[in-house]
Design a protein. Structure first.
Length: 80
């Protein structure tokens, strides 16, 4: 979920969603056993990321998602 209040431009929201879908496919290992909801909880500064589809934004989103999926994967493996 990417609320409009955290990412005003539709192109930014769609870019973030694509990153979630792409990494979700790559990180399927322990995550494939359940459905997960990824929710954006803070905004991306337009001063720092002036272009909605910039490589800097994509890299930042991907890094944060990898950290999140890593934490989820560790919890899933620990629960077994």
């Amino acid at each position: 979920m990417v609320p409009k209040r955290w990412a005003r431009r539709a192109v930014t929201r769609n870019t973030i969603k694509r990153q979630v879908y792409t990494l979700g496919q790559v990180e399927q290992g322990p995550l494939a056993q359940a459905a997960h909801v990824v929710r954006l909880r803070s905004g991306f500064d337009r001063q720092r990321f002036p272009s909605a589809t910039s490589d800097a934004l994509k890299t930042t989103v991907r890094r944060e998602l990898q950290e999140l999926f890593g934490q989820i994967g560790a919890v899933c493996l620990h629960a077994r």
